[in-house]
Design a protein around this ligand. Structure first.
Ligand code: NAP
Length: 426
């Protein structure tokens, strides 16, 4: 029986998880593939580092040529992270005719086009299931099982750290900074949480998902992004009173025949929406296809073994393709070119929390500004204190109008400040 040889680049969380899973289920995996499967070399930065899994130390090397330059290695698994040097390593592997598996969202969101072009020109596989929502299968289902659909929307909770923080704030009444500190202590948040809490991690993921969903490349810069750092306990409580929960949503929507809109921001979603009950570090992706209707994928969006599961699934797929001589079957699916609309063109409802004086006429002044900008009001809730807060929910309106209204409101003498405004996703 043929032996397929794998070279791992990276043996951190995901690399060691994938390696452990491959070994634990090796016999079954080999029967599923129809070939023997062997990890031949593992490239790391520091061979003396302690690793959380059992392995043969002779596998480890700091020399990337031991993988990229070895003609016996059929499959390269890139689990280093970041763009440099991962991009160069992936291109070199593909040029050498090797199949490549990666879980690197940043690399795929930024350099997916050049990588997929290279893969196509060498009839190689480039598979990246682990890059979006860790253990949840979504890339291959979109490219394969759901490929017969025209997808109108893909939206989800794709960042576990922020979902953990918002869930704790909602369920335990804690403040953002306290939950973040606890998440860092427990290892759910990085020491530098910027990429998660500012929404950049979700931005990479929705750029990838939207590119596949709408068969048109969405670059990272085209994704509007806003993180969760301004969401306060007051917003969470008012949202609850209004029948909503606050989640960091990543949303891609088809708009007309040749446009899309792609965004990441906190949103009020109705308590009855399936995404509202996705709590803790779990992820979920909700997709609407013209034939299938609504589909939701739910599970663990990160972690050594869940992401290892996605990586090993890709390894099995590419090994099967090697056995049957059909690598490179699923080429780049971005064969169209759609315009990405600016956030100003979004039409949605808005929640506004405004700190106001309790002078007579305050609400009328605010309502006047909203009305002058074409913003109509669905509900208003005003607390009669010295420095009161008024909470407004608008009807659906263009974001450009909402922004203009907020700018004008901020200079009203009756308004101390617009504390926060959050989009409402029905
Ligand atoms: N962690 C998750 O839950 C998760 C989920 C989904 C996707 N991902 C993606 O999976 C990838 C890996 O993440 P991770 O959490 O496993 O990262 P990690 O724990 O930091 O591991 C990175 C590994 O790459 C090695 N490495 C880094 N730079 C290298 C270089 N220049 N040359 C050779 N080896 C190098 C490191 O070597 P040393 O061990 O010697 O330092 C380490 O083994 C990233 O793209 C990440 O976005 C992660």
């Amino acid at each position: 029986m043929r032996t397929i040889k794998i070279g791992l680049l990276g043996f951190g969380n995901v690399g060691s998880g994938a390696y452990a899973l491959l070994n634990a289920n090796l016999e079954d995996i080999q029967r599923k593939v129809g070939a023997l499967v062997e990890v031949k070399r593992v490239v790391v930065r520091d061979t003396s580092k302690a690793r959380p899994v059992a392995y043969d130390p002779a596998l480890l090397t700091t020399d990337v040529e031991a993988v990229l330059g070895d003609p016996e290695i059929d499959v390269v698994c890139e689990l280093i992270g970041g763009v440099d040097p991962a991009h160069e390593y992936v291109l070199r592997a593909l040029r050498a005719g090797k199949q490549v598996v990666s879980a690197n969202k940043e690399l795929i969101a930024k350099e997916g086009e050049s990588i997929l072009r290279e893969a196509q020109s060498h009839s190689c596989d480039f598979l990246f299931e682990g890059a979006v929502a860790g253990g949840i299968p979504i890339i291959l289902p979109m490219k394969s099982s759901l490929a017969g659909n025209r997808v109108d929307q893909v939206k989800g909770i794709v960042n576990g750290t922020t979902n953990y923080i918002l869930s704790k704030m909602t369920l335990e009444g804690a403040e953002y900074s306290d939950v973040l500190a606890e998440a860092q202590r427990l290892g759910y948040a990085e020491a530098d949480p910027t990429s998660d809490v500012e929404g950049f991690d979700a931005q990479y993921k929705i750029a990838i998902l939207s590119s596949i969903a709408f068969t048109s490349r969405v670059s990272v810069e085209d994704v509007y992004v806003e993180g969760i750092t301004r969401v306060s306990q007051s917003d969470i409580r008012y949202a609850r009173d209004l029948g909503y929960v606050i989640k960091l949503l990543a949303v891609g929507t088809r708009s007309g025949t040749d446009c899309v809109q792609v965004r990441v921001h906190p949103a009020l979603i109705p308590q009855r929406h399936p995404l509202a009950s996705v709590n803790d570090a779990f992820n979920a992706i909700f997709l609407r296809g013209d034939a299938v209707g609504d589909v939701m994928f739910y599970g663990r969006g990160a972690g050594m073994m869940p992401t290892g599961s996605a990586v090993v699934g890709d390894l099995i797929d590419t090994c099967r393709n090697l056995v049957h001589g059909c690598t490179g079957r699923i080429a780049c699916t971005c064969y169209e070119s759609r315009k990405v609309l600016p956030i100003d063109d979004l039409v949605t409802k808005y929640y506004l929390r405004i700190s106001v004086s309790d002078c007579p006429g305050t609400l009328a002044a605010i309502a006047g500004v909203l009305g002058a900008n074409g913003v109509s009001i669905e509900s208003v809730r005003a607390d009669a204190h010295d420095k009161a807060e008024a909470v407004w929910v608008t009807h659906a309106v263009r974001e450009a109008n909402m922004r203009a209204a907020i700018e004008q409101m901020e200079v009203l003498p009756e308004v101390y400040s617009v504390e926060n405004w959050i989009r409402v996703e029905e």
